[in-house]
Design a protein around this ligand. Structure first.
Ligand SMILES: [Zn+2]
Length: 297
């Protein structure tokens, strides 16, 4: 079994067979379980691999983008990268109902993982990558799978939203070239990723907005009126207390659900591009928050 792919897939098969023995609470519990299984198999069989969680795989703006799980060979190259999402069964009584759903289905969640693993492979960071949503009670099961993905039935209402990208397989190119005319695979799909990931507008959706700023502490936010008034487009850091739930004086729903909306991105430049399209052609902000000082440092 000198094959990291087989190692990973055997660990998944083992998880499937033993799933009822576990009581997971968080995504990390699932990743930990697979990680420790892989470590055990590596030891038992003396395989030339190591496995790491939160492994830096792509360069990022301020820190690297990490993958949930990476199997590394002796040359320190990534053989397998895997992204996980975990939605507990909504019928469980050992978890608060108010926390459901845990996972974002769209581009802040599962779809983001799908784009990410495509990027890992396209940029030559790994030859094989997986995106897995473990949907324990089938809450998302009736959604149309994201591009290239499929629903896999693990029995007992356990469903896996599954994508494997394997550079050695023939359908790799085909799945990327679908409907793309004569643009090359790489150019086009990277463009596709950036346009969907760059800027996110949150309107009437405090819950997802607050989750975005927690998940993207290095990101930036424009606060503006819901009519996108170019005279009021203020730049903040995602961590700024004036736009953050814990310490702001805003009442429930006050971030995006009444007068204001939020525009979020990982870089100031992305927000400048957005602002040019919405009434400030020079790409300037109407103001920059003095509390969080996003331009400095
Ligand atoms: Zn601020």
């Amino acid at each position: 079994m000198h094959d990291a792919k087989i190692l990973f897939e055997n660990s998944l098969e083992w998880l499937k067979a033993n799933y009822s023995n576990f009581q997971f609470f968080l995504e990390r519990d699932v990743v930990w379980t697979i990680q420790t299984k892989i470590i055990q198999l590596i030891k038992e069989k003396g395989l030339p691999f190591k496995v790491f969680n939160d492994f830096p795989i792509l360069p990022g703006k301020r820190r690297s983008i990490t993958t949930d799980l990476a199997i590394i060979n002796i040359d320190k190259n990534v053989e397998v990268a895997a992204e996980f999402k975990y939605e507990p069964s909504h019928r469980r009584t050992d978890l608060l109902q108010s926390k459901f759903p845990v996972v974002f289905w769209g581009k802040e969640g599962v779809e983001k993982d799908v784009h990410r693993i495509k990027k890992y492979v396209e940029q030559g960071k790994t030859n094989i990558a997986y995106s897995l949503l473990i949907d324990e009670g089938g809450f998302f099961r009736n959604r149309e799978p994201h591009s290239g993905c499929e629903w896999v039935d693990w029995g007992n209402e356990l469903w896996i939203h599954y994508l494997k990208i394997d550079i050695n397989l023939h359908d790799f190119k085909n799945s990327f070239n679908k409907n793309e005319g004569n643009i090359t695979m790489e150019e086009n799909s990277i463009q596709d990723i950036t346009t969907t990931e760059k800027v996110t507008e949150f309107s009437k959706d405090d819950e997802n907005y607050l989750r975005w700023i927690i998940e993207n502490p290095d990101g930036f936010v424009i606060n503006t009126y819901k009519g996108k008034n170019p005279n009021y487009m203020v730049l903040h850091r995602a961590t700024c207390r004036t736009i953050n739930e814990l310490s702001s004086k805003a009442k429930k729903g006050g971030f995006t659900e009444r007068d204001y909306i939020k525009i979020c991105a990982l870089t100031i430049n992305d927000l400048k591009s957005w602002i040019k399209k919405y009434g400030r052609p020079d790409g300037s902000f109407s103001n920059v928050c003095k509390s969080c000082n996003p331009i400095c440092k």
